[in-house]
Design a protein around this ligand. Structure first.
Ligand SMILES: [Zn+2]
Length: 343
């Protein structure tokens, strides 16, 4: 089979296409013929490397994918050859208290496909049988791949961490990213009102189409002033932010009393200035969030099947050779929504 592989960290040139022996599913595993993957910011970190973190190189990257089951390992039940599946990106031990509680993403032995072990950017991939879910009826592989990690992250931030309530106000920073385009929809689904930010007028139009009442053009408007105006001077109850350093101060200043700031990433850098007096005087919460549970992904796929949540695809490529282009457009923040590659 052919696969994209990273043997050393660096620029786009380290995304090599290699010919490897077809993998065989071990006990409890399934072999999936990959039809589409989506590229997340995590792929960029794995490619570039992260200071102080060791990735298991060489590695086949990519966490999100969909395909068809091609073979079953010994002892696999509940899934059959030919099933069209989504691949759940998180790998957990299945036998610790967190896993037993359905909080598999809090497992101390948690890993992510394409980050802690080989991922899905290949013609074939073996994954634990527990990681495949039947695809929603009528949903294509690229659309399925587009709703996995990003939607799960947004769901965990809003539902599990912020415990968003109907009628609350939410600021979604940089509404054109995969996580944010899902967060706008999920917040609306939960009955909240949304204001978003985006880096251009065109992206603002898309954010409003997805359900934001208003979108702040980061190049022209002041976020805090616009949020205050929109919320009648009160501020928002929840901020969804994965940008980090560049947006942190405005995000915190946009919060109403008892507001919750939720972070799942720091694409512009993790070091921020925090004013503790704002945190205690206004009873603010700062909440971290990584991934989400398998059960929640099943809920998300059900909502997609019911057309209550839509995959947002900003760019689609075809063939492993174009994974380089997929990285390039994601890195340049050129697109609104997810970047997918058909395999
Ligand atoms: Zn566990």
């Amino acid at each position: 089979m052919r696969a994209v592989r990273i043997s050393k960290h660096g620029g786009l040139e380290v995304l090599e296409i290699v010919e490897l022996a077809d993998p065989e599913p071990g006990p409890g595993e399934v072999l999936v013929r990959m039809e589409a993957v989506s590229i997340n910011h995590l792929d960029l970190w794995v490619r570039r490397g992260v200071p102080g973190h060791t990735f298991p190189l060489p590695i086949i990257p990519t966490s999100d994918g969909a395909g068809t089951v091609a073979a079953l390992g010994v002892g696999v039940r509940g899934v059959a050859v030919g099933d069209e599946v989504a691949v759940f990106p998180g790998v957990s031990c299945g036998q610790c208290p967190a896993c037993w509680s359905g909080d598999d993403h809090l497992c101390s032995d948690y890993g992510i496909l394409g980050e802690s072990c080989d991922g899905l950017c290949a013609e074939l991939a073996t994954v634990p049988a527990a990681n495949v879910l039947r695809r929603p009826a009528g949903l294509g592989a690229p659309e399925t791949a587009a709703v996995l990690l990003a939607s799960l992250t947004a769901w965990n931030m809003l539902v599990r961490r912020a415990m968003l309530q109907p009628g609350e106000l939410v600021l979604v920073q940089v509404g054109g990213s995969g996580v944010s385009s899902a967060a706008i929809q999920i917040a609306r689904l939960l009955g909240a009102r949304v204001i978003a930010t985006a880096s251009s007028k065109e992206k603002c139009v898309r954010a409003v189409d997805l359900g934001a009442e208003r979108c702040i053009d980061l190049g022209e408007d002041d976020t805090v002033r616009a949020v205050k105006e929109w919320s009648g001077g009160r501020g928002v109850d929840v901020v969804i932010d994965h940008v980090g350093r560049d947006t942190f101060a405005a995000s915190m200043r946009s919060l109403a009393r008892a507001g919750r700031y939720v972070t799942c990433g720091a694409t512009t850098g993790p070091k921020v200035d925090l004013m503790l007096n704002h945190v205690f005087f206004k009873s603010l919460s700062i909440l971290g969030s990584t991934m989400g549970s398998k059960g929640d992904l099943a809920r998300i796929l059900k909502l997609v099947e019911q057309s209550r949540l839509a995959p947002v695809i900003g760019a689609a490529f075809t063939g492993l050779e174009q994974v380089v282009d997929a990285h390039r457009v994601l890195e340049a923040r050129e697109v609104f929504g997810k970047v997918v590659v058909r395999i």
